[in-house]
Design a protein around this ligand. Sequence first.
Ligand SMILES: [Fe+2]
Ligand SMILES: [Fe+2]
Length: 179
Amino acid sequence: MSPRNGQSILSALRRAYMMEFETVANYLACSIALDGIHAEPIKKALSADIAGELGHATQLGNRIKQLGGSPPGSLDLAFGQRALQVPSDTTDILAVIRGVIVAEEDAIAHYNRLIRMCDGTDYVTQDLCITLLADEESHLIEFQGFLKDLGGLVRESGRARSSPRGGARKTARAGRRRR
Ligand SMILES: [Fe+2]
Ligand SMILES: [Fe+2]
């Protein structure tokens, strides 16, 4: 491994460590803060994932150490997970689900980048990142499922609230389009 490539792998690993840490902070906050009848399964899923994401940070930290670096302490953590914050309306479960999906997609993109960076130079880091990538992909699928489920419920309640005239107009428009 060239020293330059080694340095860029180390800094990408430190970035991954920070992302995992930030995910832990936001999953924990959202798992506590959410309210409402649809919140319970999401809160449970977030709580269950906290230990897993902390485990990812631990594995990344250990690999950083093996490569001669140190994982960042709190003053060196730079956070920026804007899509996943505690919503001001704590019953806005969809905002949290969408935020989790963005966070998981970001993690997947970062691990894919790391896997490519390690190709031909650092198979141990590459193997770790492939394992973490598989975990993030399964989190993503889980929350995409929640989005389908809850998105459907929200659409249903929107339809129930809309006036019969509005509904009739929409049906007529759809009918015209079909012809
Ligand atoms: Fe993770
Ligand atoms: Fe995840």
